[in-house]
Design a protein around this ligand. Sequence first.
Ligand code: FES
Length: 237
Amino acid sequence: MEMVKLTINGKEVEVPAGTTILNAAEQAGFSIPRLCYMEGLSSVGACRLCVVEVKGARALVASCAAAVAPGMEVQTHSPSVMEARRMILDLLIANHPLDCLTCEKSGECSLAEYCYEYGVKESTFKGEKHNYPIETSNPFIVRDMNKCILCGKCVRACSEITGQDTIDFAYRGFNSKVIPFYDEELVESNCVFCGQCVSVCPTGALTEKQMAGKGRRWELTKVKTTCPFCGTGCNFD
Ligand code: FES
């Protein structure tokens, strides 16, 4: 296997060719924030939160979508990287409800976690916010597109894990939105309610309906199930 040597935050690292900078940094013990990247799904470089500084590069690089190169010198937490990440979070919450105390995802929201870590308490950008109706018409999933950050993990999970292709991006600019075909509700689509989209959503945009008002996530017990679809946890071994 061809190996590549590079330095990350001054530490020499050797990883197989083709490894992303994000994964190489992780192997070297440096954690890089990410919202759209997830192991097992394709990398699309959508959120840019994982940007790093690469010596000689003209701009910051999305570490989840860029492969290592021999002799590369990477800084994962330089002042310009930190500033860029703060700006990205600032922009993301500019059009995001700040109801974190009562949000169903409270305590498990990656966006809230990173805002806390990077000291972003409110957005400096004032402007229009979405006011989409919250979809509750099916028995399993609550869709609150006001909380969607368009990371696309749900779209990729629906396509790459389940092969259902129920949802995708639609519209443009401020109106960009993840929708089932024809912007219908999930009950009218080919959704099988497997819950994959819910499990990968980093915010409170997609939550499990049965949880609402029935306990916080950390109060619930997870069980193993062999069923890849229903998500009810039949507990078969
Ligand atoms: Fe790399 Fe989103 S995690 S661009």
